[in-house]
Unconditional design. Structure first.
Lengths: 651, 248
């Protein structure tokens, strides 16, 4: 089979408009936009129904906030409880532009760090909103129960994160995501108790219902009984997380998946920058084929840990016996201004470079050291334990090794998806009535996300963006009922989902879903991973298509659709992965430049750094399914009026 | 290493269950869940339905996983979640019993999967703070000592797995509920509802869970190492709230 990019994709004729507010002062744009938004009287809010899918930081936030305001919300999670959303696993911290210290931080600097960190492939206006609202996020989450670390004098403590030279990351040890998620899900439960939010657990969204050109409902499967039902509303908010799990071994949870977003894509919501996947530089390495995931070790560790490899390749000595002169602290050497806190894409590529040069350590020689020897000596074990205690415990639980004694071994692992459903400045899709919060949209982070900005963007979306932009959309539907549960489009959607589920069982092949997931993950790591090439991506597309054919021929799912059936759940998600993976490779093949985490070997500087092509590629690629299995690319041009375009230099 | 897994199978909540034996081959570095993943793939290849069990993050933070292994909720390694129980804890040739968390409050859904919604009902009753989005004061002016923040986090670290309830001979939820009361009482704004919350939470756990006899089995299995002192919070906070008769 011949893979020809020009036959695979075509271009839309007009440019995408992100509805960005126009104004001279970027720090006033969000305020001005909020004044433009329509309101709904408190007396009318209970007449509106909103569906929120996902109960992570963004989902629980928007559901709780809208419930507090008086709207009627239906909140869906496929977990057994709202607290389980994978936001809970984020570790290191949440950024905020509170600008209290004298380290010379400012809103503009926070924006610059995010825009530059994203390699100028995300909207700068969104980052102004992100930074401005970050202040209220910390205040709110502190008030509702997140016990942020405090200095001895009583004020909030902070630490630094990759890609910045100030300290603006607020944290709760190495379990910040957990504390924010617990607080947010508890706020959601308060509204459930108050009666404004109805919570549906163990219900997985399997399709979006679109009628009159707008999103008006979802189809869900009850994971216990298998029953397929439809729920309609005045609008739908997706807060369903990222798709890193397409790599099989990633820092994501086993159930994390993009099915809700992918079905929205198939119903008309554009999917942006699918190939922008971040490989977190400090994940646990893959040690064996049966390993379930690459556990995340927080970037905050790089505040105190020093990254190194032995100078000599194939050096298998105990790391504690290797003297400093025989160690290459390569991040400190290559990027002196940021050292061990170089941004993630730069750090992952640097690690990969060392590993490919034969200097990788560990039994499979696929990792590098993160060493706390010097920090423990300088600050003492007690301080290190207070800052990272649970992370060191997690490392020991996972590997059996003690990082207080032996350096941690870490390696790049698939992590955050900067790509996702395309969202405008109001967090709405090109498909009216479909809103997004958190990682499932493509906003803020461009081609590379800075650490501690994801907890922030999810929280800003949930608590301080969607509660303004959703009512603005709802206002024009005052007096209109929700789509009738008996409407033909609803009955058809339910019937189609039922048929799709039966189809998976009917294949009756020989291989369980995990077999396809594993193979897909391996293929993506190889051909659409930290580094990409034209030949590799082309081969990747070929293998993915073959694997997809094999899936539909030889999948085996036992049991039936009318019961608790985890293999059926997995199979439906993997069917979507097998399509998304192809689009990821097409996007990577299409984008003829290197930017952020998207590194094309044929577009690099002499020093091996990413080489952007702003003249030709300064836009967001937003994809739509085309005829005959092809793809149509919509372009959202990007302009940088306030943060000057620059080559990222972390030296 | 070779072992036999003795696994509880139950097709639905109201169907009689039974144990099934599986002879398996494991690597000592595998976690029990990684082993179950392998066992399930083999079962499906042999045309048999896989074993159902809950898991998600595989890192010990989401609280989703929970298997009672050889009569101990989560497994033989103390204060470690099921997803981090590794096969190196077991002996060659052993028979390892796997059951769902056993508690009247946790009806079985299928095989090793249970319904823990009772815990959410406790949180719904009082595990929250009455502050609406946007109305919070500046957190830098809402002072907290370093120690209070660290103590609050020690109790807030609960992952909501229910291992404590499964371990308790009385089926009490005192460690879970007490941890939540202690978490909030060390924080400024949450403590404005201290008394109100205590009455609501204690009344709710008395409805759905058993009484505490301070056996201490809970603290032995808790993956977040919540201190046993959390159970004392239930009686202490209820008494305090009853005597004070105030919301805070």
């Amino acid at each position: 089979m011949n893979i020809n990019l020009d036959e695979l994709r075509s271009f839309a004729s007009d440019k995408l408009d992100a509805n960005v507010p126009k104004g001279e002062n970027p720090e006033l744009l969000w305020k001005e936009r909020r004044f433009e938004y329509k309101l709904v009287s408190p007396l009318n809010r209970k007449k509106f129904n909103v569906i929120v899918v996902g109960t992570g930081l963004a989902g629980a936030g928007v559901a709780a906030a809208l419930g507090e305001l008086g709207y009627k919300v239906d909140s869906f999670t496929f977990h057994d409880a709202p607290r389980r959303a994978h936001s809970v696993a984020a570790q290191g911290g949440i950024n905020a532009g509170r600008v209290k210290k004298v380290d010379n931080d400012s809103i503009k600097r926070m924006v610059q760090d995010a825009v530059k960190g994203g390699d100028f492939r995300g909207r700068e206006e969104d980052c102004y909103r992100l930074s401005e609202e970050s202040v209220r996020v910390i205040d709110h989450l502190n008030a509702i129960g997140a016990p942020f670390a405090r200095e001895y004098g009583g004020a909030l403590a902070t630490r630094s994160f990759g890609g910045v030279q100030v300290s603006r990351t607020y944290y709760t040890r190495g379990q910040t995501g957990q504390q924010l998620q617990v607080a947010a899900s508890q706020a959601l439960l308060r509204q459930v108790n108050a009666g404004s939010v109805k919570l549906w657990t163990r219900k997985e969204m399997l399709d979006l219902i679109v009628e009159d050109g707008r999103a008006q409902g979802i189809v869900v499967r009850d994971l216990v009984t298998g029953a397929i039902t439809a729920h309609t509303a005045h609008c739908v908010v997706l807060a369903t997380g990222g798709y890193g799990n397409v790599f099989f071994q990633s820092t994501l949870a086993k159930n994390s998946n993009p099915t809700a977003a992918w079905r929205a894509y198939k119903k008309g919501a554009y999917f942006a920058s699918p190939c922008f996947i971040q490989f977190h530089p400090t994940a646990l390495p893959i040690n064996s084929p049966w390993q379930g995931k690459t556990t995340l070790m927080s970037e905050s560790l790089r505040n105190d840990g020093r990254v190194w490899v032995p100078v000599k390749p194939d050096d298998t000595r105990d790391p504690n016996t290797i003297p400093d002169e025989e160690r290459d602290y390569y991040l400190e050497r290559k990027y002196p201004a940021y050292g061990n806190l170089a941004p993630r894409d730069i750090s992952s590529r640097a690690a990969r470079e060392q590993i490919e040069a034969g200097k990788g350590v560990g039994p499979l020689k696929n990792s590098v050291y993160l060493d706390f020897r010097d920090a423990i000596k300088a600050k003492g074990k007690k301080v290190i334990a207070e800052n990272y205690g649970n992370l060191f415990h997690l490392y020991t639980d996972a590997t059996g090794e003690d990082p207080y004694i032996t350096p941690m071994r870490i390696a790049p692992g698939a992590h955050f998806a900067m790509g996702g459903l395309w969202a405008d400045y109001n967090q709405m899709s090109n498909l009216p009535g479909l809103f997004m919060g958190g990682e499932c949209s493509n906003n803020y982070h461009g081609a590379n996300r800075l650490g501690a900005n994801s907890l922030l963007s999810a929280s800003v979306d949930g608590w301080f963006t969607l509660p303004y932009s959703v009512p603005n959309y709802l206002a024009k539907y005052l007096g209109k009922p929700v789509l009738d549960a008996d409407a033909p489009v609803v009955r058809e959607a339910v019937a189609k989902v039922k048929a799709d589920e039966e189809k998976l069982i009917a294949i009756g092949g020989t291989k369980p879903p995990a077999y396809f997931h594993r193979k897909l993950g391996k293929t993506l790591y190889k051909y659409c991973g930290v580094s990409r090439s034209v030949e590799g991506l082309t081969e990747g597309i070929r293998i993915i298509r073959e694997l997809r054919d094999e899936f539909w021929r030889d999948l085996r799912v036992l049991g039936s659709t009318n019961e608790f059936n985890q293999d059926l759940e997995k199979a439906a998600r993997i069917a979507d992965y097998l399509e998304l993976a192809e689009l990821m490779c097409v996007d990577a093949l299409d984008r003829n430049e290197s930017c952020g985490a998207h590194f094309r070997e044929d577009h690099q500087t002499e020093e091996g750094e990413a080489m952007r092509d702003d003249a030709n590629w300064q836009f967001v690629s937003a994809w739509e399914p085309g005829p005959g299995g092809t793809y149509i690319r919509h372009d959202e041009p990007l302009s940088f009026k306030h943060i000057p375009l620059a080559t990222r230099n972390y030296k | 290493m070779k072992l036999t897994l003795k696994v509880w199978r139950q097709v639905g909540p109201r169907v009689q269950g039974r144990y099934e034996n599986f002879d398996v081959e494991a690597s000592p570095d595998m976690s029990i869940l990684e082993l179950l993943d392998q066992v399930n793939e083999k079962l499906v290849e042999d045309g048999q339905e896989p074993i159902a069990y809950d898991s998600d993050c595989r890192e010990g933070i989401c609280g989703t996983c929970g298997i009672t292994i050889d009569d101990v909720p989560h497994g033989p390694k103390r204060n470690t979640p099921t997803c981090h129980q590794h096969m190196r804890s077991f002996n060659e040739g052993a028979t390892v019993k796997l059951e769902p968390f056993r508690s009247a409050a946790f009806p079985v859904v299928r095989d090793l999967v249970v319904d823990r919604a009772a815990m959410e009902r406790v949180l719904m009753a009082g595990g929250h703070v009455a502050v609406n989005a946007g109305t919070a004061p500046d957190s830098d002016t809402q002072f907290s000592t370093h120690q209070a923040a660290e103590t609050a986090l020690d109790f807030a670290a609960c992952i909501g797995c229910g291992g404590c309830i499964a371990a308790c001979p009385n089926g009490a939820a005192h460690l879970f509920a007490g941890a939540k009361l202690e978490h909030f009482r060390w924080m400024v704004q949450p403590s404005f509802e201290r008394g109100k919350r205590a009455m609501a939470v204690v009344n709710k756990i008395e409805e759905e869970f058993g009484p505490c006899s301070t056996y201490g089995e809970c603290a032995e299995v808790c993956p977040a190492s919540i201190p046993l002192t959390a159970v004392a919070a239930i009686n202490k906070e209820k008494l305090r709230a009853s005597v004070r008769s105030k919301d805070d």
